[in-house]
Ligand binder design. Structure first.
Ligand code: PLP
Length: 373
């Protein structure tokens, strides 16, 4: 509602907004501990947050130490995030000239769209998948060509091919492991799509939790491939917002020109660099989450009204069956037990919940709660 003005005939401030912005759907955020704490009247430590695929172990101790002692918080950050890109280049054996760091992988999705899409240009989205591709397409006044996944969440490669011929999209978004089900794209499917005349974004936000290798180095051979990664999941830095991507070298100069110069804060870069100094910790935490994922999967299977899907990520999607309502299950877990899981309003996923992999005690409390529902 507009606040009242002295002249009731004054034009509404919305008249200044771009037309496509007026049509945006309201954003439904995942809430942080503080908000959940007051909503459910529980202390933050009495909330089990399994709704946003965050990493409950937190980053290695080196991160807190580096944040506490960072020398130049009063100086703008390095617009080229050189220290972090150098470390990433060494770790992935990819030239730092191909790497760009963003305020989360989310920022890079938006930046890419701003660089390649004219208003009205098209992207291909393969739902169910990460909803940020459609969100950013809408913000950038792009059109979305929807190619739903097949049973088992496999990409419908033939339909993607037809969509590319018919709609001439600029970008196809692929996610591997896919959010929300945790399935991987096969090499053959990826190659078929890369052979199309379209830019392919392969979002590998969860690749650390998979036994399959990242395809990041393919960027050096494929000039239509971008691979995105993040520090939010396996490095447990979701709150500090650091993501990165490998881009074809020819695009880099223009990405640099369009990027907000100070997009990655001093704290974010310092934290990400510090996290990389303790790979031992990161690998131990990843192994703990992967083995907990398998235990969670087995325990969810014991619940008569859930059918979990095998996952390569740090979450598990489960179909809610036996006449139970998925939203009611989610709400009951939140209000009665302080356990947050993800439910989706979208029709194709309205009968599912997605549960992030937590610590073993989180799994135990969740299963206990589910048995009581
Ligand atoms: C597939 C996928 N890509 C990217 C992101 C966002 O990553 P970041 O936190 O680096 O913005 C997420 C977050 O949930 C995700 O699920």
């Amino acid at each position: 509602m507009e606040p009242s003005t002295s002249t009731s005939s004054a034009p509404s401030s919305t008249q200044f907004l771009r037309k496509h912005i007026l049509k945006l759907a309201p954003y439904t955020p995942i809430e942080p501990f503080e908000v959940l704490s007051s909503r459910y009247n529980r202390k933050p430590e009495d909330i089990i947050k399994l709704d946003a695929n965050e990493n409950p172990y937190g980053p290695p101790p080196e991160v807190r130490e580096a944040l506490a002692t960072m020398p130049f918080p009063h100086i703008y950050p390095d617009p080229e995030t050189r220290a972090l890109r150098r470390a990433l280049a060494e770790m992935h054996n990819i030239p730092m000239e191909n790497l760009l760091v963003g305020c989360g992988a989310d920022e890079l999705i938006d930046l890419l769209m701003r660089c390649v899409l004219e208003p009205g240009d098209k992207i291909v989205d393969c739902p169910p998948t990460f909803t940020m591709y459609v969100f950013d397409a809408d913000v950038n006044d792009a059109r979305v060509v929807t190619v739903p996944r097949l049973d088992g969440f496999r990409i419908d490669v033939e339909a993607v091919k037809r969509a590319v011929v018919e709609h001439k999209p600029k970008v196809v978004f692929l996610t591997s492991p896919n959010n929300p089900d945790g399935s991987m794209i096969s090499e053959a499917d990826l190659v078929s799509i890369l052979d199309l005349p379209v830019l392919v974004v392969l979002d590998e936000a969860y690749i650390e939790f998979s036994t399959e290798a990242s395809r990041m180095h393919w960027v050096l051979q494929r000039h239509n491939l971008i691979v995105l990664r993040t520090f939010s999941k396996s490095a447990a830095l979701a709150g500090l917002r650091v993501g990165y991507g490998a881009f074809p070298i020819g695009m880099m100069e223009y990405m640099w020109r369009a990027k907000q110069p100070y997009n990655v804060s001093v704290a974010a870069e310092v934290a990400a660099c510090a996290a990389l100094t303790n790979m031992n910790y990161l690998n131990t935490v990843r192994d703990a989450l992967v083995s907990e994922r398998e235990r969670l999967f087995a325990r969810l299977k014991e619940i008569p009204f859930l059918e979990p899907y095998p996952s390569h990520a740090n979450f598990i999607l489960a179909k809610v069956t036996n006449g139970r309502d998925a939203k009611a299950v989610k709400d009951a877990l939140a209000t009665q037990h302080g356990i947050m899981v993800r439910h989706y309003a979208k029709k194709e996923l309205s009968g599912f919940i997605r549960v992030s992999v937590g610590r073993p005690e989180h799994t135990d409390k969740l299963i206990e709660a589910l048995k009581q529902l």
